[in-house]
Write a protein that binds this ligand. Structure first.
Ligand SMILES: Nc1ncnc2c1ncn2[C@@H]1O[C@H](COP(=O)(O)OP(=O)(O)OP(=O)(O)O)[C@@H](O)[C@H]1O
Length: 339
């Protein structure tokens, strides 16, 4: 991942995390877009409140930056419940999970980000915990090993994944509700931006907001990051945050008219230039671009497919005529191309 790539978050960047935190919607009414998912979650939370029980477990699936963490926080906040945050990579042994589960307080919301990366042994423990609020702790080894049952406080698990296909069925089936988050349309992104501009006290006109909305990969996190760069640009150049400023700032940061970032462009250009437009298999593509196959499949491709630059076929990835056009290249029948 390139350090100067402003459309990809840096998890180590504290200022970035603080900025995201400040803009995070705290309730379902503040949460923009995803109307269907919002309605479904609202019903689930209200039903649980009326029955005085913990809400069903929720699985949130979708590409990064669409609001999975935000929704997990909202589930806790709306029900006035404490929230515990963990992640798949932090749970590498069943014992790691047992430690978290056994310390939950009644009604707590447990958020496990990247749940598909949790250890297999922990997954099995989680099945029982989700279903019966109980786990079996193994003590000793070999013939003398015994399992001691441990009752847990009732809790709500909110799992987030960019790869729901990697979750084993028994785990997926134990979620009462699965929400598939979709990329946001431009109108919704404008709304996200308007809200952020007002919270950050940025005076920006509608045309300028619409321009950012069209260039943020359908992703609220990126919309907010671009808004911040536009604010910086306006401040440094002593200009109003208008359409001209937005265009200049986004050009400076190499955000093109479709909002493709450096990795998106590298993937499409590789298919076009090195593989004559495809088809090319995922692993070959990943090696050529120098990125993990997982990142290409779960982060880059969904957007490229959505904007119609790439199609996935059983024979591999193929660049569409729109991709040739967007990159200003012409395909020849002999497999050569003009840049
Ligand atoms: N529906 C929304 N309305 C307004 N802002 C949103 C919305 N969804 C996300 N955001 C903004 O985008 C930022 C990123 O969202 P969030 O961290 O919830 O994404 P995520 O799906 O959990 O991403 P990742 O998988 O990378 O952790 C949030 O800080 C929030 O400001």
């Amino acid at each position: 991942m390139a350090d100067d790539d402003i459309t990809r978050p840096d998890p180590e960047d504290d200022a970035e995390l603080a900025f995201e935190g400040a803009l995070r919607p705290k309730s379902l009414t503040e949460f923009v877009g995803q109307t269907k998912v919002r309605g479904q979650l609202e019903l689930l939370l209200r039903a649980a409140a009326l029955q005085g029980r913990t809400p069903d477990h929720v699985l949130l699936a979708g590409p990064p930056g669409l609001g999975k963490t935000t929704l997990a926080m909202i589930v806790a906040h709306e029900g006035n419940r404490p929230l515990r945050m963990s992640s798949g990579p932090a749970i590498q042994h069943a014992g790691d999970l047992a430690a978290v589960l056994s310390s939950l307080v009644p009604g707590e919301v447990l958020f496990i980000d990247e749940i598909h990366r949790m250890a297999r042994s922990a997954e099995e423990m989680l099945y029982l915990a989700m279903e019966d609020f109980r786990i079996d702790i193994m003590v000793g080894k070999g013939a003398g090993a015994t399992s001691i049952p441990l009752e847990l406080a009732p809790f709500t698990l909110v799992g987030a994944t960019t790869r729901s296909g990697l979750l084993p069925n028994p785990l997926r089936d134990r979620f009462g509700f699965t929400a598939h988050l979709e990329f946001y349309d431009e109108q919704e992104l404008e709304e996200v931006l308007r809200r952020a501009a007002s919270l950050l006290d940025i005076d920006i006109d509608r045309e300028a907001l619409a321009e950012i909305a069209g260039r943020c990969r359908g992703t609220p996190r990126i919309a907010n990051r671009l808004l911040r760069r536009v604010r910086d640009y306006a401040l440094v150049h002593g200009k109003p945050a208008d359409l001209e400023t937005v265009r200049a700032a986004l050009d400076l940061y190499d955000v093109d008219s479709l909002g493709l970032d450096r990795l998106d462009r590298a993937v499409v250009e590789t298919i076009l230039k090195r593989f004559g437009g495809g088809p090319v298999g995922l692993s070959t593509l990943a090696v050529s671009v120098g990125e993990e196959a997982d990142t290409i499949e779960s982060v880059v491709e969904p957007f490229l497919v959505r904007v119609g630059l790439v199609t996935r076929t059983p024979r591999g990835r193929i660049a569409t005529p729109e991709a040739w056009q967007h990159f200003g290249m012409t395909r020849h029948t002999d497999g050569l191309f003009d840049a």
